[in-house]
Design a protein around this ligand. Structure first.
Ligand code: BEZ
Ligand code: FE
Length: 293
């Protein structure tokens, strides 16, 4: 293999995978090289631009640790996460659509009962959330596990706040189960729009390409029940100014719901609220799991 030139390099690299025993890996690497080379030819990548890209990816690596995943942010902001989510979560149209997972899920969040307040001190206007989980055939799904997580009124998740991290305090997130009829309800705080972390290389990429870093207000859900595909999704707040320009391309019209504003008065938990409070009612429809033979 000598005298490889710009016309023969792509085939030479692809041929170098011939002995790869993992056929899926060979397929992926072959396609990756084809597209990467086609891209470099298409834009006629200069050496300076190639080096800038290497520096950019190096910075993405340097800022990444167990709390901050800049590579996922990069994938999210380039639409790759949502593309992978969409093509792996095709479902009948009556099922609730999936959207991006995001970097702020925490395994083993506190367990709550229906009716509990999951905010655990997170700040924001009180919000009462309720709904039902059903299967695609309309049957209620009892004992489904719901994981819920959201940011506070300053746009931060608990895990982004150093004080919480040092004391291991989890706020505005929790796990609860649907009741015998598939219903759930909990108290939390009003979801607000927030910018994704943009003080690193991904933030600079957004600024350089004329993009903002904002996500529309949303509440994250992961819903798991035996016999059904696990659903990872959000409910988005109707009226939010970023619904049509979500920085991670995650909004689906079917996932937009109204957070109803209520004047001060008696809330669903029977407590007298002296400030306005909100309620959200949203039902989820799960896709039956494929039973493998
Ligand atoms: C989120 O919604 O939590 C999120 C998703 C993608 C990137 C950053 C945050
Ligand atoms: Fe989020």
């Amino acid at each position: 293999m000598r005298n490889i030139n710009e016309d023969t390099i792509t085939q030479a690299v692809i041929a170098s995978f011939a002995k790869c025993e993992n056929s899926r890996l060979r397929t992926i690497m072959t396609s990756l090289v084809q597209h990467l080379h086609a891209f470099a030819r298409d834009v006629h990548l200069t050496e300076e631009e190639w080096f800038n890209a290497i520096n950019f990816l190096t910075e993405v690596g340097h800022i990444t640790d167990d709390k901050r995943q800049e590579f996922i942010l990069l994938s999210d902001t380039l639409g790759l996460s949502m593309l992978v989510t969409s093509q792996n979560n095709r479902k009948p149209s009556n099922c609730t659509e999936a959207t991006v997972f995001g970097p702020f899920f925490v395994e083993g969040a506190p367990i709550y009962n229906n009716g509990d307040d999951i905010s655990n001190g997170a700040t924001g206007a009180p919000c009462y959330v309720s709904g039902q989980v059903r299967g695609a055939n309309g049957d209620a799904v009892p004992n489904a596990w719901l994981d819920v997580w959201q940011s506070d009124d300053e746009g931060f998740y608990d895990v982004q706040k150093p004080i919480n991290a040092s004391d291991n305090i989890l706020q505005a997130r929790g796990r609860l189960k649907t009741d015998a009829e598939g219903f759930f309800n909990f108290r939390s705080i009003l979801a607000e729009a927030y910018p994704i972390p943009h003080d690193g290389p991904v933030g600079r990429m957004l600024a350089a390409t004329g993009r903002h870093p904002w996500r529309p207000a949303h509440l994250h859900f992961m819903i798991a029940a035996p016999g059904y595909e696990t659903l990872i999704t959000h409910v988005f707040r109707d009226g939010d100014q970023y619904l049509d320009s979500d920085v991670v391309f995650g909004v689906r019209s079917t996932l937009i719901a109204e957070w109803v504003r209520h004047e001060p008065g008696v809330a669903p938990d029977g407590k007298l609220r002296e400030t306005p409070w909100y309620s959200l009612n949203y039902d989820f429809v799960l896709n039956p799991a494929v039973v493998s033979a």
